[in-house]
Write a protein that binds this ligand. Structure first.
Ligand SMILES: Nc1ncnc2c1ncn2[C@@H]1O[C@H](COP(=O)(O)OP(=O)(O)O)[C@@H](O)[C@H]1O
Ligand SMILES: Cc1ncsc1CCOP(=O)(O)O
Ligand SMILES: [Mg+2]
Length: 266
């Protein structure tokens, strides 16, 4: 049962969301945030990383196509965001794939306080040091206890962990929520997880530190937008889904989200 309506506040307040993200999805994420009612700025120039957190309401750090220059930018921006008290989201894209990603994520987690970490089960199992067969940036294979993984990450990094998948698992280290909404079409477009991480940032931007309920609503609203976008589409109509998701993010309303939400919260 969803009792919050941060979506309406997001639409009213149009929060400015700073994204340090990857070259694969930047345009799609910007359009997805705009459709939802937020205002995106995509930037990773070290020259402006100290200034942006003063005018933004959240920062989203995504390591998808990481460079040494971007690492510097992420550290400056993340620390400045902490000083300004704005929420920071980490999307550890493909963290298990290379040493560079592993070392960078370890440093980011060491030096920046994140409000949320959002990844697929492969990425989050890696962060929890739990066995999983990762596959690049995709989810890979495994049978880990994702409730344990989410709680462990949330406790270890004093944040809220969002593990996306057929069932999203969200925990603040104590509470747990399982979101059944979504569509199998999601994993067939690139950027679906990166956009979810940015949507998490937009909801945190208006949540006044009520992170857990805001992230439950963010993941539920996003999954429902996908469900509605996938209606009447064939499994191979991935291009239609890609654009229909933007349309549904633009037209989604809180009543729909509350009516269609399928959440088991413990
Ligand atoms: N098999 C699935 N069935 C339904 N929804 C899914 C499935 N896999 C992922 N999703 C949804 O897709 C969105 C992106 O998550 P995911 O694909 O896990 O991220 P990533 O692209 O980082 O791997 C989330 O809203 C998640 O709930
Ligand atoms: C394919 C790819 N390679 C580096 S980043 C990226 C996009 C990943 O996007 P998502 O995690 O949302 O699927
Ligand atoms: Mg991803």
């Amino acid at each position: 049962m969803l009792k919050t309506d941060y979506l309406s506040q997001l639409r009213q307040r149009n929060p400015l969301i700073h994204n340090i993200t990857n070259i694969v999805v930047a345009n799609y994420v910007a359009n997805g945030l705009l459709a939802l009612g937020a205002s995106p700025i995509m930037s990773s120039a070290v020259e402006e990383m100290d200034e942006l957190p003063a005018i933004c309401q959240a920062l989203v750090i995504n390591i998808g196509t990481l460079t040494a220059e971007q690492v510097k930018a992420m550290l400056i921006a993340g620390k400045a965001a902490n000083r300004h008290g704005i929420p920071v989201v980490l999307d550890p894209v493909g963290v298990g794939a290379t040493c560079f990603r592993q070392q960078t994520v370890a440093q980011l987690l060491q030096e920046i306080q994140f409000s949320a970490i959002r990844g697929n089960a492969g990425e989050m199992a890696y962060l929890a040091n739990v066995n999983w067969q990762t596959k690049g940036v995709d989810v890979g294979q495994g049978d880990a206890d994702l409730d344990h993984v989410a709680k462990k990450i949330a406790q270890q990094y004093r944040c809220t962990a969002v593990i996306s998948g057929a069932i999203d698992v969200i925990s603040d280290g104590k509470q747990l929520a399982h979101i059944q909404n979504g569509t199998p079409l999601f994993p067939h477009i690139t950027g679906s997880g990166c956009l979810l991480s940015a949507v998490c940032g937009a909801f945190l931007a208006v949540a006044q530190q009520h992170d857990f309920p805001a992230l439950v609503e963010a993941a539920t609203a996003y999954a429902i937008a996908g469900e509605l976008a996938a209606k009447n589409l064939q499994p191979q109509q991935v291009g239609q889904f890609y654009t229909a998701l933007l349309d549904k993010l633009a037209t989604l309303d809180s009543t729909q989200v509350q009516q269609l939400a399928r959440i088991d919260d413990d």
